[in-house]
Design a protein around this ligand. Sequence first.
Ligand code: NAD
Ligand code: DAU
Length: 330
Amino acid sequence: MRLLVTGGAGFIGANFVRLTLETRTDVEVTVLDLLTYAGNAASLPEDPRVTLVKGDIADAEMVDALVAEADAVVHFAAESHNDNSLDDPWPFVHTNLVGTFHLLEAARRHGVRFHHISTDEVYGDLPLEGGDRFTPDTPYNPSSPYSSTKAGSDLMVRAWVRSFGLEATLSNCSNNYGPLQHVEKFIPRQITNLLDGVRPKLYGAGLNVRDWIHVDDHNRAVWTILESGRIGETYLIGADGEASNRDVVETLLELMGHERDDYEHVPDRPGHDLRYAIDASRLREELGWEPRYGDFRAGLSATIDWYRAHEAWWRPQKLETELRYQRLGR
Ligand code: NAD
Ligand code: DAU
């Protein structure tokens, strides 16, 4: 099988390529990645079964040639960070909407199976109190330029299935954690701050809740959907990992040998979504997927160990990231 993985030099895509090489002997992977600030060729394993092509998913000609050679496309490439989208939305429109459009058109022309990676943020947020969870029937209500462009890309995929018969599936996953995540994101930012002797930074009161899932559990679900998912269907991916940002920071502090309250509050993110929570019943009951990383604390501990052991990987991102946060006042 020849797989085209867009965004394969990013956090989830690179972990997907690694998992694929470990678990499938019959798959060859071409990664199409622009290597933006968020992409890193060093995240990919050196393996004769992996080819990295540096390019833009909004480059229609290049996309057409690569899709023509593939048996399936797994589309991870995106501008992925909410804070950046609030600062400058244009790259999000370019990549998440225009880029996805060109991929869909190429997949339609060449009759190639397509899996679209998306986020639970397309559904907006939930109240902090109460046990509501997102389901595939929850109406779209995105809050940020990031989530609105992801929502637009999801709707295009659905329309291409219905109007053109594209063989596509979609998945909307909650917050991922694990190795190879850019230090701009919450968990790696706090771990690397602590390694640098800097106090963790909580937006606002820190009461916002995210539904954490290990990146390998997400990627195993993607393979399950690619192989057994119903065409046109949307699968929500989540592992019942709800935790407030304050809880996460306190756990990181404890695991790294600090007092649990040794953090600081910084100004909140504008429009900050309160709570996400996923009901993954369809994926569990229809396709038999189960998460393997049940213990979030153990997963965080392993993630801390990974960042301790891989400073050469994250150090080049750190200064630039913190300067950007300084400019944003967070
Ligand atoms: P990331 O920012 O770490 O990686 C994105 C990758 O896409 C980078 O390698 C970047 O170079 C590449 N890219 C960006 N613009 C491109 C373009 N125009 N052409 C080609 N490549 C381009 O993101 P991530 O966290 O790995 O997220 C991957 C996907 O998963 C995204 O679609 C995101 O919306 C979705 N998602 C992420 C999470 C999460 O918690 N991180 C949760 C649910 C869904
Ligand atoms: O829910 C899935 C989404 O999860 C993905 O679609 C996005 O690509 C991914 O970035 C993530 O979005 P969030 O905005 O939830 O993730 P982030 O890591 O930026 O922030 C997680 C929470 O932590 C959020 O409530 C904001 C807060 N935060 C973040 C940073 C960087 C802090 O309190 N302090 C921080 O320094």
